[in-house]
Ligand binder design. Structure first.
Ligand code: SF4
Ligand code: SF4
Ligand code: FES
Length: 329
């Protein structure tokens, strides 16, 4: 049957939604329709894709206003008379049509400190308990589709925040390494707070909502990281230590500098291998609730771009795509 589509077409200088009526067969996904468009009506329509199996993370786009993978969005999820609107990821600059420049994410990946191997243990000799492996396995499922990065309101409408904010994909990387029993850096949380912009996140969970791998980004990575930062900042013993010792005497334990020189824990600090380290649970107050004082941090993100009480799909007339170049005028 024929279905009606609106596809954003343009480049860095601007563009618009173009209307198409396309044949759709049973069992097809949105990416199939884009391929049919390329084969029949718009041979120069640009779209990035690779696996068509939800595993390469290339075909990220916004479908009826919701960030999704084109290859994992079945046509059967739309009603027969529904207009399907496809726009590029909004947070990244458009190269052409549905292809955006996602290099922001690669820059943030480069800035994220890599796994720090323990001193004195050669590759191949690393030993971890299965429970430790399972803990971070969820984060390893990330396919780097950047849908979470695209959705996060801290950068979606705020270009100026990009320099200071790494985004949810790199918070899960930081959490994964923080939970890694053989990682020799002891300051992952503090680094996330001071250099990756963890404080900008106000745990709206929009990133979790769009993750095609169903990674619980906010609950399992961001909140535990925030809780532990708060725990250290408000730890009464640390507070007392600050009162008793001079700042320079505390520097070695509180430094935010790369842990090549400071903050070394675990094997590198001469402690037994990972499995004997007790898991760090989120701290709870006397009332049994987790401390959310971090939410009062001076730097906060803005409200969710989707507003409150929004349900998807959005009606076609409510879907807008503001080209970054027109934003500036
Ligand atoms: S919870 Fe909200 S503010 Fe925090 S990283 Fe996810 S989308 Fe961004
Ligand atoms: S965390 Fe999820 S949404 Fe974010 S890049 Fe990885 S797979 Fe994509
Ligand atoms: S084409 Fe690989 S995730 Fe869609």
């Amino acid at each position: 049957m024929k279905r009606h589509f609106r596809v954003w077409r343009g480049d860095a200088s601007g563009g618009d939604l173009t209307e198409f009526d396309v044949d759709v067969n049973e069992g097809e996904v949105v990416l199939d329709i884009i391929h049919r468009l390329q084969a029949t009506q718009a041979p120069d329509l640009a779209c990035r894709w690779n696996c068509k199996a939800g595993k390469c993370g290339s075909c990220s786009m916004e479908i009826n206003g919701k960030p999704r993978l084109g290859c994992m969005t079945r046509m059967s999820t739309f009603t027969e008379d529904e207009t399907i609107t496809i726009t590029p990821l909004r947070t990244f600059p458009v190269i052409r049509d549905l292809v955006t420049d996602v290099s922001f994410n690669y820059e943030k990946a480069r800035e994220t400190p890599a796994f720090a191997p323990p001193v004195g243990v050669a590759p191949g000799e690393y030993r971890m308990q299965q429970v430790d492996v399972e803990r971070s396995q969820e984060f390893r499922k990330c396919i780097e589709c950047f849908l979470c990065q695209n959705t996060c309101h801290v950068v979606r409408d705020h270009e100026e925040n990009k320099e200071a904010f790494s985004g949810p994909r790199y918070f899960i990387r930081a959490a994964e390494l923080d939970m890694h029993p053989l990682d020799a850096r002891g300051d992952r949380k503090e680094y996330a707070q001071s250099s990756q912009g963890l404080g900008y996140c106000n745990i709206t969970k929009c990133c979790t909502e769009v993750c095609p791998e169903h990674i619980k980004i906010t609950d399992n990575a961001i909140i535990p990281m925030k809780e532990r930062v708060v725990d250290r900042r408000y730890d009464p013993l640390v507070w007392l230590g600050r009162k008793i010792f001079r700042r320079d005497e505390l520097e070695d334990t509180e430094s935010m500098a790369p842990s090549g020189s400071t903050g070394v824990t675990g094997v590198a600090a001469g402690l037994p291998l990972s499995s004997s380290r007790l898991p760090e649970g989120p701290p709870v107050g006397a009332d049994g609730h987790m401390d959310v004082a971090e939410l009062a941090a001076p730097i906060q993100g803005g409200p969710s771009p989707f507003g409150e009480d929004v349900t998807f799909p959005l009606p076609p007339e409510e879907i807008v795509y503001t080209h970054p170049s027109t934003d500036k005028h």
